[in-house]
Write a protein of this length. Structure first.
Length: 707
C-alpha cells in the first residue's frame, strides 16, 4: 500500500477552494466521509481526487471507477441523478457485490458534479449507521450546493488541472480537531490514560497509532516507539487477520463501537474494543479473560461482543461466489447454492423458483420433501404468496414466525412445519429471475446485517441463474443441432456390419465438429467417412455439416479425389477452421478397401484372428489449407471377419500421454475385446476411454466389419 501524504499529492483545480467546499459539506451534512471523483477526459473512468474521513487503506479499491460498472458513483454520474442508499438492505438489493465487499451498516449518497451540459465528476458521502433512512431536505440542499460550486470550479479549470494521473494517491483531508489542548492539559491526559486499567491507544483516520499507553504496549509485546506512527497490522503482523480487518472497517464505516479478540504469538489472547468517531478510533486493549468480567469499571462504555457467526457467513459466501462462477447449468447452480447457504446461515430448508410462462416454478430444493414442493409449484404470478410478492415488488420479506407471515398474506396455510422464513427476490439488471426461500425449523430473528448479506446473496444467485438458463438453452440447442447434422440411422449394406457412437465433450456446450458417415453406393460398394472440424462451437458444427454434404456429393469417386474436391470447397469457403478426415471406399464383392486421409488419426484393422494393426496410411494435409493438396490412396484386403475401426482423437487423447502411444493402446484394447457383438464392442471401446465427464473433446467412433 502506498504511503499516504499528510496533505495529499493529487494536485487538482483550485485545491484549497475544493477542500473548503468538501470540509464545509461534511460539517453541514453531518457526513462522516466525503469523496470527490473527477471524470477522466481520455476514458470513461472516474478517479478519486479528494478524500475526507476515511482511510486510504479502505478506499484503495474504489480509487478508479469505470462508468460502465454498476456502482453508486458510476450510476449517479452516468444517469445524472442522486443515488441514495439509506440501509444495508437497500444497498444489498441495488448493489449486491458492493454489499458483500462492505457488509457494514452505513448510509451512502452519490451525486454528479455538473456545470451546464457537462458532467465533470461525482461526489460520494457516507453517514454513520445511526443516520435516518431518508435524506433530509437540508442534506439534499447541502449536496446540491456543493456539487454546483465544485462544477463551477471544474468548468473554469484548465484540462490538465482536471486530470488525476493513474496511480496517484488522492488528496487526503485531515479531520477538523474537536479542540486543541495545551501542554499541561495534554500531559494530564496522558497521566489519565496511564492510570486506566488495561491499555489503550488512539488511531487516526488512516489507522495509524497516534497515542499508546505503556500498559497497552506491554500487552501488545512491543515498545511505544515501535508503535507510534505505524498501523497496528504493520507493527504487529499477528494482527493482520481477516477478523481484525473486518472489525476495523466496520468501526471506520459504521462509526459504531465493536470488538474482537486476537492471539499473540506467545499464545495469550487479547480483547480489543474499538470506539470510533470523525477523528479516528480509540482502542481499549485488555486480556481476553478480563474482558468478560461482569463488574467494570474495566470498560466505561462496553462494546458489543464480536459476532462469531458473521465471519463464518462471509467466509461461506466468498466460497459461494467462487463456486457460482464455475457453475454451468441450473441444476449445478441449485446444488452449489444449497451446499453453501444452508450451512452458512443455519437454515433447515431452501427452495429456488423461476418465472416460466406466467407462473413461479420450483427448479430446485433442499430440506423439503418432493411432495410438499409439488403443492407449491407453479403458482400464478397473480397469487398472494410471499414468493410471488417479493418477485413482483423486488423487496425481500423476513418473517420471524407464521403469525407475522399470516398477517402479511392471509391466504397462507402453515404446511412446511418451519418456524421462520426469508423470502428473497432474484433480480439481475432490473429484471426479475425468480425467488428463493430460506426456512428455519427454529425461531430466527434475522438481524439487520444478516438481512443485508442475504439480500446481496440473492443478487449473486440471480446472476448465476440467469447465466445458467442461457447455458442450458444453448446446450439444448447444441444437442439438437448436433443430432440434426449426424446420421439418424446407418444404411444396411449386404456383406457389411456397422456400428457407430458419438459422445459430446464432458465440458463446454456439448457441440463440436466431430462427424462420421456411412454411405451405401450400390449392392456391392459402400463408403465410410470420419472427421473432425477444429473447434467446439456452432461454427464448427455448421462447417461439419458442409463437409459431410461435400463428402456425400462426391462419394463413389476414388478416395483421394473425394478428399481433394472437399478440400477445394473448404478453401473456397475460407471458414478459418481446418478439418481432418478419413474416407474409405469398400468393395464387398472383392473384399477390398481403399483409404485416403487428410491429417486424421490412422484407422485400426483387426484381422479375423484378432491380430490388430495401425494402418500405415500416407497422410495428406488437413482440409482447408492448400487448394492444390493431393491425398494418396492406399488399398488393403478386407477378408471376411476383418474389422475396421475409425475414430476421432477424443477417443485416444489424454493429458500427458503421447498420441502414438494412445493409439497403440486403443489397438491393444480392440485386439483383446470380445468382438461377437459389434454394438457391445463399440460400447466397450468408448467406456474404456474413461467417464464422459472427463472428456475435453468430442468422441466419434465408426466400426465396419466384413461378413
Amino acid at each position: 500500500m502506498p504511503d499516504v501524504p499528510s496533505a495529499g499529492s493529487a494536485a487538482g483545480p483550485g485545491p484549497q477552494t475544493m477542500e473548503r467546499i468538501v470540509l464545509d459539506l461534511a460539517a453541514e451534512s453531518g457526513a462522516s466521509v466525503v469523496a470527490v471523483y473527477l471524470l477522466s477526459p481520455d476514458e470513461p473512468v472516474l478517479h478519486l481526487a479528494l478524500l475526507s474521513g476515511m482511510s486510504w487503506r479502505i478506499a484503495v479499491p474504489w480509487a478508479r471507477v469505470a462508468l460502465k460498472k454498476s456502482t453508486p458513483m458510476a450510476d449517479a454520474v452516468r444517469e445524472r441523478r442522486l443515488v441514495w442508499l439509506g440501509s444495508e438492505e437497500e444497498r444489498a438489493r441495488a448493489y449486491p457485490e458492493l454489499a458483500l465487499v462492505l457488509p457494514h451498516p452505513f448510509a451512502l449518497a452519490a451525486a454528479p458534479i455538473t456545470a451546464g451540459p457537462s458532467v465533470w465528476g461525482g461526489l460520494v458521502l457516507h453517514w454513520p449507521a445511526s443516520h435516518p433512512p431518508t435524506l433530509s431536505p437540508q442534506e439534499r440542499s447541502a449536496i446540491r450546493d456543493a456539487c454546483d460550486r465544485l462544477g463551477a470550479i471544474l468548468r473554469q479549470a484548465p484540462e490538465n488541472d482536471r486530470r488525476v494521473p493513474p496511480g496517484t494517491v488522492p488528496r487526503i483531508l485531515p479531520p477538523r480537531p474537536v479542540r486543541t489542548a495545551g501542554d499541561d492539559e495534554a500531559q494530564a491526559a496522558v497521566g489519565f490514560a496511564e492510570r486506566l486499567p488495561g491499555g489503550c491507544c488512539g488511531l487516526d483516520v488512516d489507522g495509524r497509532i497516534t497515542f499508546v499507553t505503556t500498559a497497552a504496549a506491554e500487552l501488545l509485546g512491543a515498545g511505544v516507539s515501535e508503535l507510534l506512527g505505524a498501523t497496528p497490522w504493520e507493527a504487529l503482523p499477528w494482527l493482520d487477520t481477516p477478523v481484525a480487518e473486518d472489525r476495523y472497517r466496520s468501526a471506520a464505516l459504521s462509526r459504531r463501537p465493536t470488538s474482537f479478540t486476537g492471539r499473540r504469538p506467545s499464545g495469550h489472547w487479547l480483547s480489543f474494543h474499538l470506539y470510533p468517531d470523525a477523528t479516528g478510533i480509540s482502542v481499549r486493549v485488555v486480556p481476553a479473560e478480563a474482558s468478560h468480567m461482569s463488574a467494570p469499571p474495566l470498560l466505561v462504555r462496553p462494546a458489543p461482543p464480536a459476532e462469531r457467526g458473521r465471519s463464518t457467513a462471509l467466509y461461506a459466501l466468498t466460497h459461494l461466489a467462487v463456486a457460482l462462477t464455475e457453475a454451468v447449468g441450473v441444476s449445478d447452480v441449485v446444488d452449489r447454492v444449497a451446499d453453501q447457504v444452508l450451512a452458512a446461515f443455519g437454515a433447515h430448508a431452501l427452495a429456488l423458483m423461476t418465472v416460466q410462462e406466467g407462473r413461479l416454478r420450483i427448479i430446485g430444493h433442499r430440506g423439503y420433501s418432493a411432495d410438499l414442493m409439488a403443492r407449491f409449484d407453479a403458482f400464478p404470478l397473480t397469487s398472494d404468496t410471499p414468493a410471488v410478492h417479493v418477485l413482483t415488488t423486488g423487496r425481500p420479506c423476513f418473517f420471524v414466525d407464521f403469525a407475522e407471515l399470516k398477517r402479511a398474506h392471509p391466504p397462507a396455510v402453515h404446511q412446511d412445519g418451519m418456524a421462520s422464513w426469508a423470502f428473497l427476490p432474484l433480480i439481475t439488471t432490473g429484471r426479475p429471475v425468480g425467488s428463493m426461500v430460506l426456512a428455519y425449523d427454529r425461531p430466527h430473528s434475522f438481524p439487520p446485517q444478516e438481512r443485508a448479506v442475504l439480500t446481496a446473496l440473492a443478487g449473486l444467485i440471480a446472476q448465476a441463474l440467469d447465466r445458467a438458463h442461457l447455458y442450458d438453452a444453448e446446450h439444448h440447442l447444441a444437442r439438437d443441432l448436433q443430432a440434426g447434422l449426424l446420421p439418424h440411422a446407418l444404411p444396411r449394406v449386404p456383406g457389411l456390419e456397422v456400428a457407430a457412437r458419438y459422445l459430446p465433450a464432458g465440458r463446454g456446450t456439448g457441440i463440436g465438429g466431430d462427424f462420421y458417415d456411412f454411405i451405401r453406393l450400390d449392392e456391392n460398394t459402400a463408403a465410410a467417412a470420419i472427421g473432425d472440424v477444429q473447434g467446439h462451437n456452432v461454427q464448427a458444427a455448421t462447417l461439419m455439416g458442409q463437409v459431410r454434404t461435400a463428402v456425400h456429393a462426391t462419394a463413389g469417386a476414388p478416395p483421394g479425389e473425394v478428399l481433394a474436391r472437399t478440400n477445394r470447397l473448404l478453401t473456397d469457403l475460407d471458414p478459418g477452421l481446418f478439418t481432418s478426415c478419413t474416407y474409405i471406399a469398400l468393395d464387398t464383392a472383392r473384399h477390398r478397401a481403399r483409404l485416403a486421409t487428410a491429417g486424421h488419426p490412422p484407422p485400426l484393422l483387426r484381422h479375423p484372428d484378432g491380430r490388430t494393426e495401425v494402418l500405415p496410411l500416407t497422410p495428406g494435409l488437413l482440409l482447408g489449407i492448400d487448394p492444390t493438396a493431393e491425398y494418396p490412396t492406399t488399398e488393403i484386403s478386407l477378408p471376411r471377419g476383418a474389422l475396421l475401426a475409425l475414430y476421432t482423437d477424443g477417443l485416444v487423447e489424454a493429458p500427458g500421454v503421447d498420441l502414438d502411444d494412445a493409439i497403440h493402446r486403443l489397438a491393444g484394447a480392440l485386439a483383446r475385446a470380445d468382438a461377437t457383438s459389434l454394438e457391445d464392442l463399440a460400447d466397450h471401446l468408448v467406456e474404456d476411454s474413461g467417464p464422459p465427464a472427463s472428456h475435453s473433446d468430442d468422441i466419434a467412433l465408426l466400426l465396419v466389419r466384413s461378413l
